[in-house]
Ligand binder design. Structure first.
Ligand SMILES: CC(C)(COP(=O)(O)OP(=O)(O)OC[C@H]1O[C@@H](n2cnc3c(N)ncnc32)[C@H](O)[C@@H]1OP(=O)(O)O)[C@@H](O)C(=O)NCCC(=O)NCCS
Length: 182
């Protein structure tokens, strides 16, 4: 996906509902160690398993999976899952799968769009996530859009065979609604 480098600075990241047609790209990204290791994938991905995951997510009211589109191209995914209507909370996970699209601000734009979905569209109160402590780029992107660290989860992640800590991070609706950068 080298064309991402040609995108004009005004290009926007938009979210569309993830569909079965997105499975091939998603499977390819899951084979990339940068994605697999940082997400903490536990099993070898297959195209069939990826297709099944999308179909199951689309039928599950506690999951809202989105494709990230940059200048009309599918470059990654962001998923709200564990949507809890009692607590009014959801977990968020994200990956910009196309290597050439990383580090260009797309992750932050997609995170803001996902927070709009959670807080403005779904009126949820809390979006939370976990990230291993060495994933500096992801942590910087999360902080930039308003996530705060709420705790350190000791030995909660295995990165290339080594145990390490994970950060528990979250952003609340009142913080999102009062943020000047919105
Ligand atoms: C994490 C991820 C979604 C971020 O998306 P992105 O488009 O690459 O990130 P952005 O360009 O929007 O923002 C990256 C931020 O990290 C900063 N950054 C980049 N490299 C960094 C590094 N090595 N150390 C610290 N900060 C770094 C950037 O400066 C930017 O922050 P700033 O604009 O506030 O200065 C993307 O890199 C990705 O998918 N990585 C692989 C999978 C992954 O780690 N997913 C998250 C699992 S929890």
């Amino acid at each position: 996906m080298t064309n991402a480098l040609l995108s004009p600075p005004t290009a926007r990241a938009t979210l569309s509902r993830l569909q079965p047609l997105h499975a091939a790209a998603m499977y390819r990204w899951m084979l990339d160690p940068e994605v697999a290791e940082n997400l903490g994938l536990r099993s070898e991905p297959t195209l069939e398993r990826t297709q099944r995951w999308i179909e199951s997510a689309l039928g599950d009211p506690s999951v809202a999976p989105f494709a990230i589109e940059w200048d009309g191209r599918h470059v990654g995914n962001v998923v709200l899952d564990r949507i809890d209507s009692y607590l009014s909370s959801t977990r968020l996970s994200i990956y910009v799968g196309e290597p050439s699209a990383r580090g260009r601000g797309i992750g932050k734009l997609a995170l803001r769009a996902a927070l709009d979905e959670a807080f403005a569209v779904r009126a949820l109160n809390k979006v939370w996530l976990t990230v291993h402590e060495s994933n500096a780029r992801a942590i910087a992107a999360y902080v930039a859009v308003g996530f705060r660290v709420e705790g350190v989860l000791r030995d909660e992640f295995v990165l290339r065979g080594q145990r390490c800590a994970a950060l528990s991070m979250s952003v609340l609706a009142r913080e999102y609604h009062s943020a000047p950068s919105r």
